[in-house]
Design a protein around this ligand. Structure first.
Ligand SMILES: [Zn+2]
Ligand SMILES: [Zn+2]
Length: 452
């Protein structure tokens, strides 16, 4: 009986000790974040005003890597173009990679924020506006905040932090880093983390999806051949525009009639280009497609169905086999995005303790895609977790709920995350996560010295 009383007393004292230590750590994070936040908001606005397109992130890469260097990170640059890694070694412990993307999109910004982008660039010979419409500027800002705090709070963790700046996410840039021997250039991580902003989730909240979260992407292009001629004498030609129209409608039956309704799949024709003049039937039409799925089998089925439909329609129009459409899968296909379930659940539990059950929300998978997951598909089999970072104000969500209009999504000209709260939550949650994972043991038994 006495033993039991002693045991319970020790348990209570340990719990109080743990609780006090955790509070001390959180207080320290809040204090450092309070000092750092205004410069991060300025950094966010600068990045937002100065977006650079995929594979052209020269200034962005220089700015972010220079900041990491100033916090004591060793910089390894020129990994697959403007890719870089900042490495902070801090004694024995796990190696954890945390990645940000760097690139913006060819989109004209239509938000009314004072720091809206006015930048333009040239793409395929045409001038285009450039905007951080996918929130990668927010990812970078949070990334810099995390680097600063992890450097300042080195007494609280042991291990190696590898912070990866990855160019060209929108074009599958992670493949280029891996082709350039990323894991020979940096310490091989035992796990990797990343954020993507959410355009639907309130700032201050974080979404998590254990298991499959983002879809597999196959990017396909079709060139439909015909026999060009005068628009007034269509019977003397084989019109590739009419063929393309028939093909596009027939493609709609792949998902509705050939794939099991229990398997998610998308076939979207995103671009069609053919012809130059009202009265000329062109020789060719070019189409650009994105396919989404969650398995290799479904993806392979969609591609073979596209080929079969294209060939069948071409044959029915009287084209010879050698004139059948060219169906080509191009470079930026991506694996499905699967968060390691145990790692993701563990992070969610850690964050719930600090932010509360209502702020850390389990979400549904989507048919969107992310090239972050390429880092988990190598022979190293690195467990991954990408969290969704809430970025919209409560008032904006309520306004859209009331009017029934959808919130501006990612890649929208109107997407405008609210800076301070989003940055604050992003940095704090990532610091708590990293310190927890670095110590691999509960926060309370960490080697923290206490800066209070
Ligand atoms: Zn995007
Ligand atoms: Zn993105």
């Amino acid at each position: 009986m006495i033993n039991r009383v002693v045991f319970i007393a020790v348990l209570i004292l340990t719990f109080q000790f743990v609780y006090a230590q955790e509070k001390t750590l959180i207080k320290q994070i809040d204090k450092e974040l309070g000092k750092a936040i205004s410069s991060k908001v300025i950094l966010y606005k600068h990045l937002h005003e100065n977006p650079e397109l995929s594979f052209r992130e020269k200034e962005t890469s220089k700015l972010i890597s220079t900041k990491l260097k100033s916090f004591g990170f060793e910089i390894i640059d020129n990994i697959g173009g403007y890719g870089f890694a900042g490495v902070l070694k801090n004694g024995e412990g796990p190696v954890i990679m945390y990645r940000t993307d760097l690139d913006a999109l060819p989109i004209l910004e239509k938000t009314d924020v004072s720091y809206a982008s006015c930048k333009t660039d040239t793409l395929n010979g045409l001038e285009t506006a450039v905007m951080h419409a996918c929130g990668h500027d927010m990812h970078m800002t949070v990334f810099v905040g995390v680097a600063e705090l992890m450097s300042k709070m080195k007494n609280n963790w042991k291990g190696t932090l590898v912070m990866l700046g990855q160019p060209a996410e929108e074009l599958g840039g992670s493949a280029l880093l891996l082709e350039n021997d990323l894991f020979l250039k940096i310490p091989v991580p035992s796990l990797a983390l990343a954020y993507h902003v959410s355009p639907e989730l309130e700032a201050g909240k974080i979404g998590y999806i254990p298991g499959p979260a983002w879809a597999k992407v196959n990017t396909v292009e079709i060139t439909v051949h015909g026999h060009g001629g005068h628009g007034a004498y269509p019977h003397q030609s084989i019109d590739p525009i009419v063929l393309s129209a028939r093909i596009i409608l027939a493609l709609q039956t792949i998902v509705s009639r050939e794939i099991s309704p229990l398997n998610p799949a998308v076939v979207t024709v995103g671009a069609i280009h053919g012809g130059k003049k009202h009265n000329v039937i062109p020789d060719d039409v070019h189409m650009m497609l994105t396919l989404r799925s969650y398995s290799d089998e479904v993806a392979a089925k969609m591609i073979s169905s596209i080929e079969r439909i294209c060939n069948g329609i071409a044959a029915s129009a009287g084209l010879e086999k050698k004139e059948f459409p060219n169906v080509v899968e191009i470079y930026n296909s991506l694996p499905p995005g699967i968060n390691n379930p145990e790692l993701t659940e563990k992070i969610a539990q850690v964050l719930k303790k600090e932010f509360g059950e209502t702020a850390i929300l389990k979400q549904e998978p989507s048919m969107g895609a992310e090239d972050f997951y390429a880092y988990g598909s190598t022979s190293e089999k690195i467990p991954l977790c990408m969290l969704r970072l809430g970025s919209v104000s409560k008032e904006t969500i309520e306004e859209h709920d009331k009017s029934g209009t959808p919130l501006p999504g990612l890649h929208s000209s109107y997407y405008a995350p609210i800076p301070e709260k989003t940055i604050n939550t992003g940095v704090k949650a990532m610091i708590i996560t990293l310190i927890q994972l670095m110590n691999e043991i509960p926060l309370h038994t960490s080697t923290q010295q206490g800066h209070e």
